[in-house]
Design a protein around this ligand. Structure first.
Ligand code: ADP
Ligand code: ZN
Length: 554
């Protein structure tokens, strides 16, 4: 697809320079354009900042007819349209929160004999829920004025993805109604299973897939144990490594954002907070101050980030556990767009896992800004979505618990990419620290821990199980008479880290299930371990062994 002998090549080159002001194409841009202009359905996985917009805006400009772009977020659409109009490319958008008269005017233009628009942007519910748009598309199609469908942020189609939007599932109708119109699906985050899901839901046929490495060599990754002094640690980290530089601190709750910002201000940083319950004017104000470097540090929920194109973000800090590896990768991706070295630091504590899990089950986690049109937060999540979210979260936990494997490898494996950790060149904490590792058979320990959960009637937390296993005589252990259990102290010879890593592994691999309980009347959250008997069966019967890597300290 990289040929420069297509009938449109000359036109392509000329317009790329003249209209878009680019000297050349970036990786895969030419290939994607050639494939979609040849009439194929195309699926593109390109990291944020890779230049996805050009792959449909350039074809839209040189093909006859109109390109329909489905994009999840009005503010992003507006930003795109502004750029297109500046380049003299006629473009418009339709969304539910526009004045009716304004919508009418655009629809009228679509009906006119020679429709002037090259691109029409719509939000997904316009396709899923409105016959009006479909009727106009039919009319355009009949007049051979329908060039192409573009699905931006295509991973929103998939329930396995981290940004599922129900309205995106209705987009399959486009291929049903217009089977011969090429579809171009674009995303910056998709695992193999998400990709399959998207291709199927959209009804893409003989789809051509372009993907490029999601590795970001200039980002340095590390995971640091989160303690009570976390905020002091963050302050120190910034002062030592990124003083007066620009960064984002992702926090779990709105209150956390405010707390972290306040603390950093006290420590002399130019910090502010940003979250979903601030009014839009206030948010825009903060965002502007940040772009102008009047504020260095934004303490934000994941609502902050989409469409933010600041090239010199030097650090992204996660104050608590991200909800998925995909989300984490995307949030980190906002650092270092200029290619300069930048830090991604995650503060991890297992208790945050319990907290995030509880918030997910309550549906009270703030979503990334894609979801602004679709309100998760009023209803508790349920069923398959809850399961997927929990699974995504567990993967994130095992990422954090892993102190052996290259962070890049761990992330890229998740995107179905092969990666040789030597390529990391010690730019992540694990590669830096681990000189070698040993693989240990932990089957016996795993079996004992599962058995201990059964013996305590599946009513205790992981930290209690660990205490009993390592022979503690704490008050709670005595009160429950757990010192008399046969397995009390069975793991005495192990270090706490070792035993707890096996226990976490049992949870992340689904042998044990963590059930969240709202315990006392202060509403604090705790969780108890249960045995997933169907999964644990093979392990307990010796049909399955469990191997874990441990660093061998040199
Ligand atoms: P994405 O949607 O993949 O995150 P964008 O389409 O927003 O990326 O492009 C990111 C930036 O790269 C934009 O500022 C765009 O103008 C620029 N860009 C895209 N393609 C090229 C190119 N071929 N040469 C130079 N700059 C480009
Ligand atoms: Zn590494």
């Amino acid at each position: 697809w990289s040929s420069e002998n297509f009938s449109w090549t000359k036109k392509l080159e000329a317009n790329n320079k003249k209209v878009f002001g680019n000297h050349s194409f970036r990786p895969n841009q030419r290939e994607v354009i050639n494939a979609t202009m040849s009439g194929y359905d195309v699926f593109v996985l390109m990291p944020t900042g890779g230049g996805k917009s050009l792959t449909y805006q350039l074809p839209a400009l040189i093909c006859p007819g109109i390109t329909l772009v489905i994009s999840p977020l009005v503010s992003l659409i507006q930003d795109q349209i502004m750029h297109l109009l500046q380049a003299n490319i006629p473009a418009a958008y339709l969304s539910g929160n526009m004045e009716w008269a304004e919508q009418q005017e655009i629809l009228r233009e679509l009906n006119s004999d020679y429709c002037k628009y090259k691109l029409l942007y719509v939000t997904p519910e316009k396709v899923a829920k409105s016959d009006v748009l479909l009727r106009h598309l039919e009319s355009l199609h009949a007049r051979e004025l329908l060039a192409r469908f573009v699905i931006d942020e295509a991973h929103c189609v998939s329930q396995w993805g981290h940004d599922f939007r129900p309205d995106y599932q209705g987009l399959g109708i486009l291929k049903q109604k217009f089977p011969n119109i090429p579809v171009l699906a674009l995303t910056a985050t998709a695992t193999a299973s998400v990709k399959e899901d998207v291709v199927q839901a959209l009804g893409l046929v003989n789809c051509i897939v372009f993907r490029q490495s999601f590795n970001r060599p200039n980002l340095w990754y590390s995971v640091i144990p989160k303690t009570k002094k976390c905020l002091d640690d963050i302050d120190k980290f910034i002062k030592e490594n990124h003083y007066d530089e620009c960064g984002i601190i992702y926090c779990l709750s709105r209150m956390d954002c405010e707390k972290v910002a306040e603390k950093l201000q006290e420590c002399g940083h130019k910090a502010a907070f940003y979250h979903g319950s601030m009014d839009p004017a206030q948010r825009t104000f903060i965002q502007k101050q940040w772009s102008k470097d009047e504020i260095n540090i934004i303490c934000a929920t994941v609502a902050f980030g989409m469409g933010i194109n600041k090239p010199d973000v030097r650090f992204v800090i996660h104050h608590s556990l991200p909800k998925s590896i995909e989300g984490y990768h995307q949030e980190c991706g906002r650092a270092g767009r200029d290619g300069q070295r930048s830090s991604c630091v995650l503060y991890y504590s297992y208790s945050d896992y319990v907290r995030v899990k509880h918030m997910i089950s309550q549906g009270s986690v703030e979503q990334s800004s894609f979801s602004s049109g679709y309100n998760h937060s009023n209803s508790a999540n349920s069923g398959r979505i809850l399961e997927t979210n929990t699974e995504n979260l567990l993967r994130m936990v095992s990422y954090c618990e892993n102190d052996v494997d290259c962070r890049r490898l761990l992330q890229l494996v998740h995107f179905g990419e092969k990666f040789n950790s030597a390529t990391c060149k010690k730019t992540c904490d694990n590669c830096l620290k681990v000189k070698s590792f040993v693989e240990k058979d932990v089957t016996e320990i795993a079996k004992q821990l599962v058995e201990l959960v059964r013996l305590t009637r599946q009513q205790f937390s992981s930290s209690h199980i660990l205490e009993v296993y390592r022979g503690s005589l704490s008050q709670l252990v005595k009160k429950q008479r757990h010192e008399s259990l046969s397995l009390h102290g069975a793991g005495k010879h192990l270090s706490k880290g070792e035993a707890s890593r096996v226990l976490r592994h049992l949870v992340t691999e689904d042998f044990l299930v963590e059930e969240v309980k709202k315990s006392d009347f202060y509403g604090s959250v705790s969780s108890v371990l249960k045995v997933n008997e169907s999964k644990a069966y093979d392990l307990c019967n010796g049909r399955k062994t469990m191997l874990l890597r441990f660093p061998s300290s040199v």
